[in-house]
Write a protein that binds this ligand. Structure first.
Ligand code: NIG
Length: 420
């Protein structure tokens, strides 16, 4: 069968199909001067361009010229809060003058500020604003993203957010993985009786979401001012019993046991980890729980301490990267910035960072065919204007995505000057 699309004239293609136990340069499995042949939305050929089978180039085959740039799997963004309403630029201004994220939250702002605006917004308005954020992620080369609820905090409003994610999943090109985050904050109306809210999560929200099959993951924010380990255990265990996969916002502001809980529950991932301690790193390694690092939010919150990516890798923890795009701690869809910070502040090499935003992130979301380009995989890839992935974190926060292919369709294309 003839290819529908071929990508040619590359410096190299990185299928990211090597053994993850190998050093990441090798796990990326680069194929120099390679071509990619795509049929019916899937990778049909990946090999040296000289070996491209001529009998599969038909009159209908479209050719995409990579102009000497490299090609890799589309980025997988495994942690986003991109459905929200409202504007927290005022809080940003307060933080610039010295207020902390926690002080703003204690004064009734922060997550609750966004909850009030999101509850008041219509589904249509939430779809429209989130679609813009997804478009910006796509331009960064992201072809799959996890998206959380967590700004509803009642059965009706969490379901509303998850329905918005469901609508977005079919109305734009990026594949979406929905996460229920009813344990993001205790809503104002239940502050005097936290147990009541935990019971609402367990008895109302989780069953309703499970019945409607609206979420793959269930997440909990374990932190002072958010949920205790015991509360999160109750919520995540109930979700697990209803078929959702647990994951945890852990050790972001303080070391308070979120990562150990993630390991105990066999969570897919523990995210943030700025304040993680040694025993928790060992526990994540033993449990096979991926560490999802979100350095753009560490930066945005002016935290001194970044997650110890190098130590996590050295202790055998799989490390993935995410933008964590959200209105409070990381108002940025810039995947390139995340790659740079992962190298400069989390201690990853450019190859480890690139792997962490592709194959590593696919593993975190338990999507075995996302973030890699093996024959038969969905043809989700990005064409870059530079010759090597090592250029991406080096050229700080600069756009290098010349084209994005999703399911074999060219969904984004722009002319960029080639970059060495
Ligand atoms: O992952 N830490 C909790 N949740 C988000 C921030 C959400 C917000 O401030 O609106 C995060 O950083």
């Amino acid at each position: 069968m003839a290819f529908d699309l071929v990508i040619r004239n590359t410096s190299e293609i990185l299928p990211a199909t090597g053994d993850p136990a190998l050093p990441r340069e090798q796990a990326l499995a680069p194929v120099p001067r390679a071509a990619l042949g795509i049929t019916q939305g899937r990778v049909a050929f990946l090999g040296p361009e000289v070996a491209l089978p001529a009998d599969q180039l038909g009159p209908g085959t479209r050719s995409l010229d990579a102009r000497g740039g490299f090609v890799g799997p589309g980025f997988v963004d495994p942690h986003t809060h991109l459905v929200f309403a409202g504007d927290r630029s005022g809080e940003f201004a307060l933080r610039c003058r010295g207020a902390t994220y926690q002080e703003i939250a204690r004064a009734g702002g922060g997550i609750m500020n966004t909850v009030r605006a999101t509850r008041a917004a219509s589904e249509d308005a939430l779809v429209a604003s989130a679609a813009g954020r997804l478009e910006r992620l796509l331009e960064q080369g992201v072809t799959t993203a996890e998206v959380k609820s967590g700004y509803g905090l009642s059965a009706a409003d969490e379901l509303k957010m998850l329905r918005v994610i469901q609508r977005l999943a079919t109305s734009q090109p990026v594949s979406l993985v929905p996460t229920l985050l009813c344990a993001h904050a205790v809503p104002e109306e239940h502050r005097a009786d936290r147990d009541r809210y935990v019971s609402i999560c367990v008895e109302e929200i989780i069953p309703a979401v499970a019945d409607a099959r609206l979420a793959v993951f269930c997440d909990a924010f374990v932190e002072e001012g958010a949920f205790t380990v015991a509360e999160a255990r109750r919520i995540l265990s109930a979700a697990q019993a209803r078929g959702m996969v647990p994951r945890v916002h852990a050790e972001q502001m303080s070391s308070c046991g979120g990562a150990l809980l993630a390991a105990e529950l066999g969570a897919a991932c523990a995210d943030h980890l700025e304040q993680i301690d040694e025993p928790s790193m060992t526990a994540l390694a033993r449990a096979g729980t991926t560490a999802v690092l979100v350095p753009a939010s560490t930066f945005f919150l002016k935290q001194r301490r970044y997650a110890p990516g190098r130590m996590l890798l050295d202790r055998g923890v799989s490390v993935a990267l995410a933008t964590n795009v959200n209105p409070g701690s990381a108002m940025s869809e810039n995947a390139a910035l995340t790659l740079s910070l992962a190298c400069l502040e989390n201690g990853l090499t450019p190859s480890e960072a690139y792997w962490g935003f592709t194959r590593g992130a696919g593993n975190a979301l338990r999507l075995p065919h996302a973030g890699r380009l093996a024959v038969g995989d969905p043809a989700d890839c990005a064409v870059f204007s530079c010759a090597s992935h090592t250029h991406l974190p080096y050229h700080l926060a600069t756009p290098h995505v010349a084209a994005v292919v999703k399911g074999g369709q060219v969904v984004f294309e722009r002319s960029l000057p080639p970059c060495a």
